[in-house]
Design a protein around this ligand. Sequence first.
Ligand code: NAP
Length: 309
Amino acid sequence: MDKASKIYIAGHKGMVGSAIHRKLLKEGFSNIITRNSADLDLRDQQEVAAFFASEKPDYVFLAAAKVGGIVANNTYRADFLYENLQIQNNVIHNSYLNGVKKLMFLGSSCIYPKLAPQPLKEEYLLTGLLEPTNEPYAIAKIAGIKMCDAYRDQYGCNFISVMPTNLYGYNDNYHPQNSHVLPALIRRFDEAKNQQLPEVVIWGTGSPKREFLFADDLAEACFYLMQNYDEQGLVNIGTGEDLSIKDLALLIKKIVGYEGNISFDTSKPDGTPRKLMDVTKLHSKGWKHKIELEEGIALAYKDYLTKNN
Ligand SMILES: NC(=O)c1ccc[n+]([C@@H]2O[C@H](COP(=O)([O-])OP(=O)(O)OC[C@H]3O[C@@H](n4cnc5c(N)ncnc54)[C@H](OP(=O)(O)O)[C@@H]3O)[C@@H](O)[C@H]2O)c1
């Protein structure tokens, strides 16, 4: 990519897309194309075809998707499968038709089998059954990886796939039902602090371990890989470090300044005991994360406060 390259960020208003947008602007890229979903519905084949034919981007970051936590994934199973397939089919196929030089497809760690060994290596893709609650979403993401590879094989397209771990950061989704665990905990501790509640109840035992990456770090990785990685298959993006939900809750409690108690509702399910990315491949390509969890949560909480007060 050079500074004059025409770069389309699909999903530029989302947490990931907005972080990639900030990174490109910081690096001096000025020929960036964006569209709100109200102006360009990426599920619509004809709209997307017309957009690509008229704009002819050189590079594409595909960060538009229907995204949500476990409840949303499990409730809107048809929407998660249909909308994500539509979006990625339209963007990937039209990138091929219009000679896009390079495309980056963003997947997720849920593409790996539910019982895959930990940490999750790229080679574990399609070696076992998926977690049922987010299977439709994962199937769409796996189709996206395979689509990038098939267009590379058949048409020589330089389309790459990256699999970020759990993300958090600016512009995150704090919806009371549809958000991921980290933003959900930020919201709940902040509300408990403001309402002076004696206790915050956390689902499960608190023992499952999870990994989290600040979205601006992800954007750094995407920018780096867009210039230094041209392979088929996939590459994980994470920190390679995890912590228990209990330790995460204690950290968020401290950052938010909540003084009540934490308790665990062990009648609720725990989910997968551990979900950690193997980042050996990413490190071997020359990239490592910079923002540690405590610093990142403090930044995310500040952003949450500016938008919710
Ligand atoms: N968040 C995570 O923890 C996480 C973890 C791993 C991977 N990822 C991946 O990163 C990517 C981006 O996730 P995110 O967290 O940034 O999600 P997000 O904040 O919900 O943003 C999604 C973006 O996609 C756009 N979009 C959705 N449907 C669209 C449509 N039909 N037409 C046009 N635009 C549409 C949204 O636009 P509107 O808001 O205007 O609808 C929004 O800008 C996804 O591929 C996701 O799988 C995320």
